[in-house]
Every structure is written in structure tokens, then in C-alpha cells.
Ligand binder design. Structure first.
Ligand code: C5P
Length: 332
């Protein structure tokens, strides 16, 4: 361990993301898809703690909160390994001793909220700091390490709204949301695997690209967010944004109940309801957190009386939160 290495735990907050738009532009030779998507980070976050764990043995991870599946497959461990490999061994290289990581999982898992990729991005950052190696990887190499762990991970290195292109590795920060837009997230308890959604999409779209209208909406929003948009302006565009996801129909084929939940929420809240990523999380935009919290109560009542169907393994998770615009301090 170098003198610069940290002996006390490093804590990182790993935010969830939401796709305000998601256009599939085409299928790539590597099997992934080129996207055009406006991503925003949310105040909702996981908490990752990392500390050096001696000089021998392997990295460990302990997860509390929501069930994130087998620890061996967790992106936190893969991200730490990838960061270690990128630093390499040898004279002049920082030592990269084993790390003990703890993850408090608050973001719904496999939900279209980017939780796993966000944990991975946070793990790369925390591991480098724990090893006193923050300077060992320049931003470009950090981004490459993040991209190797998860398509959404490069976005989380930016920490602010961004236009995402390519497979997810082209990140253009968009600084233009003013105010604190509220978001209500409703995540039905159904498993929707991203590769399955893309496979259905490929099967039903010649050339594996959307019809172009989502792409136009996405380009328009990116331009507007480059210039500046208030929370109220953003809410005024919710109707267009809620249908600006090329994966919506494919996700609905994999989780048929999603359509009923979306329709029930549209009626109950009298607001446009969008899908984040490949789902199954549905979102509604509000001018403030307070209004999103009120809507959360309405939806909880609707779930209790059956107005909003519980599909899959039980009732949906209902989370009011805000968009992180990049202009605030640390999330709370
Ligand atoms: O990179 P990640 O593991 O998050 O991607 C999960 C799956 O989603 C990929 O295996 C691929 O099937 C699909 N995907 C894609 N194009 C992207 C991102 C993900 O086809 N840009």
C-alpha cells in the first residue's frame, strides 16, 4: 500500500438513472445497439463503502437492502477487478490490495434504473481512491474501464444529465435543467431482462432501429437541455417524452401486465407515464418532490384497492424522488 492509500472506509453514493428518451439507432457488429438517449441521475441512490482488507486474499462484498442476486455476479466486484487490471502491476504502479466492499441496495434491481452500472462506476472511483491511485487512470481510461463493466456505467462518471450515444460510451453532459423536478417511480415486481427486450426489438424491427420519431424527440430534448429548461418546461414536455422510448412495445411483450399497470397509472394520476430503459420501471414527472410524494400516496392507495394491478411477485415498489441536475450538492 502506498502512503497515499486510504486506511479509512471510502463512501460513495451511487445514484439511479432515468431515461427521459431512448431511441435505438441501430444494431452494431458487436451485438450491442447504438442508442440516442437523454439520461438523468436521480436523488435515489445506493451507498457503497470500500476499505482496504489487508495484503492477501480476494475482494469481498456484503450486500444489504434489496436482493441483488449472487454476490459473485455483482458488478461491484467486477468493477474493482477491472480497475485493478487497468492499473497493472510493476515498478511505479500503485499497489492494489484486496478491498472489502459493502453495498446498501436501495435502487430496485433489474428495473431499468441503472443501479448495477451505477454501483460499478462508484466502485471504480472508490477503489482508485482506496488504493491512493486516483491519478493512475486518466478520465478516458476510467471511462473505458466503466464501459467494460456495463453499458450504462460511463454515464455515471459524469454525475449530471447527459446525452448518451453509441453503446453508452459517448457521454455529452447537458447542464440545462433548472429547479428540482420531481419523479415518481413505480416498479412492478416483474423480471425484465435487458437482453431479452433487445432481442424482441430486433425481431420486430427491420434494420434494428426505431421509426425515427423517438430519435427526433431525443435530439430535440438534448438540444433544449443544452440551452436550459425549467422543471415546469420539462413537465410540459412529459406527454412527448413518455412515448419517446423505442423499447416500450418490446418490454410490454416480455411483461404483458406492464400495459395494464401503465394504463391504470395514466387514469389514476391523469399524467403521461413513461418507461425507463428496458423497464419495468414506469415514471411520471412533477414540478417538485412534494407533488411526486403526494402522487406516491395516491398510487399506494390504488395498489391497495386494486385500481393499480400488482403483477409478478407482489405489489410494485413506489418511490418518489427528484432529478439531480448537477447543480446541487451531494444527494440526501
Ligand atoms: O452492458 P450491459 O451488460 O448493461 O448490457 C446488457 C445487455 O443489453 C447486453 O447484453 C445487450 O443485449 C443489451 N444492450 C444492447 N445495446 C446497448 C446496451 C445494452 O444491445 N447499448
Amino acid at each position: 500500500m502506498t502512503d497515499a492509500a486510504h486506511h479509512s472506509p471510502i463512501v460513495r453514493l451511487a445514484p439511479a438513472k432515468l431515461n427521459l428518451t431512448l431511441a435505438v439507432v441501430g444494431r452494431r457488429d458487436d451485438g450491442f445497439h447504438d442508442l440516442h438517449s437523454v439520461f438523468v441521475p436521480l436523488a435515489l441512490h445506493d451507498v457503497l463503502t470500500v476499505a482496504p482488507a489487508g495484503t492477501a486474499g480476494s475482494d469481498t462484498l456484503h450486500v444489504t437492502g434489496k436482493d441483488a442476486g449472487p454476490v459473485e455476479a455483482n458488478l461491484v466486484l467486477r468493477a474493482i477487478s477491472a480497475a485493478r487490471a487497468a492499473i497493472g502491476e510493476g515498478p511505479g504502479r500503485p499497489a492494489t490490495p484486496p478491498l472489502a466492499a459493502r453495498l446498501e441496495k436501495r435502487i430496485p434491481v433489474a428495473a431499468g434504473l441503472g443501479g448495477g452500472s451505477s454501483d460499478a462506476a462508484a466502485a471504480i472511483d472508490a477503489a482508485l481512491e482506496a488504493w491512493g491511485a486516483a491519478d493512475a487512470l486518466d478520465p478516458e481510461r476510467r471511462l473505458a474501464v466503466a464501459a467494460s463493466v456495463g453499458s450504462d456505467a460511463p454515464f455515471f462518471l459524469a454525475g449530471r444529465p447527459a446525452l448518451i450515444e453509441g453503446r453508452g460510451e459517448r457521454v455529452s453532459p447537458l447542464t440545462g435543467i433548472h429547479g428540482h423536478p420531481g419523479i415518481l417511480l413505480v416498479t412492478p415486481a416483474v423480471a425484465v431482462r435487458t437482453p431479452d427486450v433487445f432481442a424482441v426489438f430486433d425481431g420486430s424491427h427491420a434494420g434494428a432501429s426505431g421509426d425515427g420519431s423517438v430519435r427526433m424527440t431525443s435530439a430535440h430534448l438534448a438540444q433544449e437541455l443544452g440551452n436550459g429548461l425549467s422543471a415546469t418546461d420539462l413537465v410540459a414536455r412529459a406527454g412527448v417524452l413518455a412515448s419517446a422510448n423505442d423499447l416500450l412495445a418490446s418490454a410490454a411483450l416480455i411483461a404483458p401486465g406492464l400495459v395494464q399497470v401503465r394504463r391504470a397509472l395514466t387514469r389514476l394520476l391523469a399524467r403521461p407515464i413513461g418507461l425507463s430503459g428496458s423497464g419495468p420501471t414506469l415514471w411520471t414527472l412533477y414540478p417538485s418532490l412534494g407533488e411526486a410524494q403526494e402522487a406516491a400516496v395516491t398510487v399506494a392507495d390504488g395498489v391497495a384497492d386494486g385500481t393499480v394491478p400488482s403483477i409478478g411477485d407482489g405489489p410494485p415498489s413506489i418511490i418518489p424522488t427528484t432529478i439531480r441536475t448537477g447543480q446541487e450538492g451531494a444527494p440526501t
